[in-house]
Design a binder for this molecule. Sequence first.
Ligand code: SF4
Length: 140
Amino acid sequence: MMIKKGKLKCLVSACLAGVKCRYNGKDCKNLQLYRMVRECKALPFCPELLSGLPTPRKPSQVIYRSGKRKVVSLYGENLSNIFQKGAILSYNLAKRFGIDSAYLKRRSPSCGYNSDQRKEKTFGITAAYFFKKGMKIFTR
Ligand code: SF4
């Protein structure tokens, strides 16, 4: 199916659209967002897959030290550069389709976002990058 540039309103975390791309191989489908994707109004994306990580993959978390975000896996590997790559590729995807907003999944080391911006330290890597670039962010 051809997607017309301009029809797409926003990006959607792919797991919210029903793609089984979470670290544990599951999704967390949201019916409303799934329908938006089906109707070609939203573009699903997964920054962790875009970065080259497989599914399933080791769980990871964001830690904030000395003013910097870092992503570490459950086994202590530093995944910060990989997650940053996913954030940049995701943003480039949005720009390519003229999209300036995104529905992001809560509590994710990539997509996690909190509308209380005083809690910016808790944002995932992609959410923080989108926020810095001025994208509008909604969470589910
Ligand atoms: S990175 Fe985002 S889109 Fe991908 S599985 Fe995690 S929350 Fe979903």
